[in-house]
Design a protein around this ligand. Structure first.
Ligand SMILES: [Zn+2]
Length: 244
């Protein structure tokens, strides 16, 4: 049995499943992966990190002018068959939690409902002042000339509800921890995740000893390879529709 066949058979039997997706699932939607990608929300990580640490507070119009230019690409993108297959899988597996490293909103638009956005969502904004208490809200436009969006509660400058480099967001894992604590996880599926962040390994620690499979056309990250039970070396938009 090849890896895709085995994954399909295991999924048909599994009751509790966690799926973790990364940038690879959105490539077929025209969104570049994290590294070395012109036009990506993260096309220049160092720049974004510096931007957030200093520019947003010092120069909100400058930060937001650049950010909405990138965000417009996400808003214009559409879910691909990989996103749709995961939404369909949620309806078939008795208990499935989808966690994503992506901030591109595409799982939500594809119809996934039980979704944890570990790094936030670029189309959502919140108050820059954590003490304000305003609930995050969804942005509706990307007008680079409109100036920084404002908090509807206090009128202060808003920020994207995204985890930037150097920002901790450990509490965003709480729903995943709660799922793992509620009972044994039968299967963990990693799809297009990127090895430069720790999320995949963190998930495997939480869900141990679940059967673990990665769907990724490239080589497995060295620290992950030894922990996988199976690997499907195909792009998400090819492998996932074959599962449902
Ligand atoms: Zn506010």
């Amino acid at each position: 049995m090849d890896a895709l066949e085995e994954l399909r058979a295991r999924l048909a039997e599994a009751r509790r499943v966690v799926v973790l997706t990364g940038a690879g699932v959105s490539v077929a939607s025209g969104l570049p992966t994290y590294r070395g990608a012109a036009g990506s929300l993260y096309d220049d990580p160092a720049h974004l990190r510096d931007s957030f640490g200093s520019t947003l507070r010092r120069d909100p119009p400058g930060f937001w002018g650049r950010f909405v230019t990138r965000r417009a690409l996400l808003r214009a993108a559409s879910p691909n068959p990989g996103h749709s297959a995961l939404a369909a899988l949620e309806r078939r597996v008795p208990d499935l939690l989808l966690a994503t490293q992506n901030v591109d909103d595409l799982h939500r638009r594809a119809g996934s409902q039980r979704l944890v956005e570990l790094h936030g969502n670029a189309l959502v904004e919140r108050c820059l002042d954590d003490a304000c208490g305003a609930a995050p809200w969804r942005s509706e436009s990307d007008d680079a000339g409109a100036g920084p969006p404002r908090c509807p509660r206090c009128g202060g400058v808003a920020r994207p509800d995204v985890v930037f480099f150097g920002e901790g967001a450990d509490e965003r894992w709480d729903p995943v921890r709660a799922f793992a604590a509620a009972g044994p996880v039968d299967l963990v599926l990693l799809v297009g995740t990127i090895g430069v962040v720790e999320s995949p390994a963190q998930l495997l620690d939480l869900a141990r000893p679940a059967w673990t499979c990665e769907v990724n056309p490239g080589p497995a990250a060295p620290d992950l390879a030894a922990r996988l039970d199976a690997r499907v070396a195909l792009p998400a938009e090819e492998a996932l529709p074959a599962l449902v």
